[in-house]
Design a protein around this ligand. Structure first.
Ligand code: HEC
Ligand code: HEC
Ligand code: HEC
Length: 458
């Protein structure tokens, strides 16, 4: 697995580390004011113990059906992304999570009795998923998204557990975490939880449709979309009042996906959204690269049309957040006029964006920026009216140039080479500058320093 693949996990851990620092600083204050502070927390999605929508009773299904459902749910929860360091050893953990304060390794969740969770009882497993507490009673770090998994019904958690017991047990102990004090103090998470975690199962809203409730259950629960798409507070907890209003992960912008017509995806059709989650492409709007490509590959491409439709119904219903955007990300740019052909064949000896674009990008995306090969996933997409070039910052564009695109789904393999190893920071900044001015949002300026920072982002 590539280093980039793990970047989101690392980023979350880095967030956690700074969260721990903040927590440490407020420790004294929190001691006196815990109850008051907890009561003043912003409203959250209603949670309590209850039966979920669209779920078959466990006692009416066979073991095989239970395992199959568990496999589906494990995909919806994307467990494999964080718990697989080596694709040949699924769920054996060991994904190194580097933070400025040391390294943490994800645990082995195969059913190996000694190194995995083979000796865990169902109650242990439920407590981890619902409360963020490990077998020995220790607090788990919120890099494990129990903040969302707490909403998953007991039935569904047990189905995931049933599936995990069928995957090959692998004897493998991830290296010991190497975190320095105070970040190795798990009990600090109890304090973090006070402010940022509210335990409890999803409660369907009887006034809303079954589709809405199913979508809310997935987005706010298993699929944990907000882990990346919701902005964070000073303690690095999720700002639930700005749900899905846009977050950051490993240098990437995880865009605003609320229904706002300018800031979010309110102007996308239902089919655009479904197609994006199922294939990684919303033709003529957006392509999934980086962490979102991984989400599509491991998780959303496997969801049923009904579940994808439910996700879309729910996304349409969250409060719209404009974020100051005057027009949609994917509304910028016109095809380059043919005067740009004049620079073809001229000496490319300067870090000139237009020349570098013609030399490195135009063979696939066309010198006009209109792309080539149609609009199917894997074709060379237009750079005009594309969210990566029209965003208010050049982060994702820069990261796509640095790392390329490597997204293999059931339908197709989308491949763009990584230019990080062959182009300098200044050259990449020049290309990004040309692309945003010519084909995208001219406000999205960048610099060689910014490119250097994004090269290091994890
Ligand atoms: C975003 C990354 C991420 C995802 C997604 C994720 N996990 Fe984890 N998980 C972690 C990390 C990191 C830890 C270790 C936390 C710690 O050490 O405190 C962990 C710990 C656990 C543990 C505790 C194991 C132990 O030995 O203490 C269990 C059980 C678990 N995860 C199950 C799951 C399941 C089931 C899913 C999918 C529904 C899942 N995880 C998805 C990152 C993730
Ligand atoms: C691991 C982090 C992560 C998770 C989890 C995640 N996303 Fe994303 N998402 C991103 C990033 C990063 C991008 C930008 C990708 C790019 O520019 O190529 C993105 C892009 C998108 C876009 C395209 C927006 C645009 O304007 O181009 C949509 C729609 C989307 N995500 C929906 C979802 C939904 C729905 C979920 C939950 C099922 C989800 N995402 C889960 C990180 C994530
Ligand atoms: C060998 C062909 C090829 C070359 C050369 C190439 N690309 Fe791409 N590019 C692709 C493919 C394929 C995709 C992804 C298509 C998909 O998502 O289905 C892509 C996607 C993109 C995206 C959209 C990513 C997103 O997150 O939305 C941008 C922006 C982009 N390329 C810019 C560039 C730039 C700038 C260069 C030159 C430095 C370049 N490409 C060179 C083939 C190429």
């Amino acid at each position: 697995m590539s280093a980039r693949r793990h970047a989101p996990v690392r980023q979350r851990m880095a967030r956690f580390a700074s969260a721990a620092l903040v927590v440490f600083a407020v420790l004294a204050a929190a001691y006196g004011a815990t109850h008051g502070a907890a009561a003043n927390l912003p409203a959250r999605v209603a949670v309590a113990a209850q039966v979920p929508p669209a779920v078959v009773k466990t006692d009416t299904v066979t073991q095989a059906e239970l395992v199959k459902r568990g496999e589906y749910l494990a995909r919806a929860g994307d467990c494999i992304a964080c718990h697989t360091a080596d694709p040949a050893r699924p769920f054996a953990g060991g994904v190194p999570v580097a933070t400025p304060f040391g390294t943490i390794y994800t645990p082995n969740i195969t059913s190996d009795p000694d190194t995995g969770i083979g000796r865990w009882t169902d109650a242990d497993f439920l407590r981890a998923m619902h409360e963020g507490i490990g077998k020995g009673g220790e607090r788990l770090y919120p890099a494990f998204p129990y903040v969302e998994y707490t909403r998953v019904t007991t039935e569904d958690v047990l189905a995931i557990r049933a599936y995990l017991t069928t995957v090959a047990p692998i004897h493998s102990t991830p290296p010991r975490n190497d975190l320095m004090f105070p970040f190795n103090q798990r009990w600090l998470m109890a304090l973090w939880n006070l402010f940022n975690f509210s335990e409890g199962r999803f409660v369907p809203d009887p006034k809303k449709s079954a589709e809405f409730n199913r979508g809310a259950y997935l987005v706010e629960g298993l699929a944990h979309c907000g882990e990346c798409h919701t902005p964070r507070n000073v303690m690095q907890g999720l700002r639930t009042g700005e749900r899905l209003g846009g977050g950051a992960v490993a240098g990437w912008q995880a865009y605003n996906i609320t229904p706002d017509k300018n800031g979010g995806v309110g102007h996308w059709s239902d089919d655009d959204l479904i197609h994006y989650l199922a294939t990684g492409v919303a033709p003529g709007r957006a392509n999934a690269a980086g962490p979102m490509a991984d989400v599509v590959v491991n998780s959303t491409q496997h969801l049923t049309q009904e579940d994808l439709r439910s996700i879309v119904v729910y996304l349409r219903s969250v409060p719209a957040i404009g974020g100051g955007a005057a027009r949609p990300r994917d509304s910028f740019g016109r095809p380059a006029p043919d005067d740009v052909t004049g620079i073809r064949g001229t000496a490319a000896n300067t870090a000139d964006g237009a020349r570098l674009f013609i030399a490195n990008c135009a063979s696939c995306h066309h010198w006009t920026g209109e792309g080539a090969g149609g609009r199917a996933p894997g074709a060379y997409p237009p750079l005009i009216r594309n969210s990566a070039t029209g965003a208010n910052a050049a982060n994702n564009l820069t990261l796509v140039i640095l790392h390329g695109v490597n997204r293999t789904t059931k339908d197709t393999a989308a491949f763009m080479p990584a230019f990080g190893p062959v182009l300098t920071d200044a050259q990449i900044a020049a290309i990004a500058g040309y692309v945003t001015i010519r084909f995208g949002n001219p406000q999205a300026a960048t610099s060689a320093e910014q490119v250097a920072k994004l090269r290091q982002a994890r």
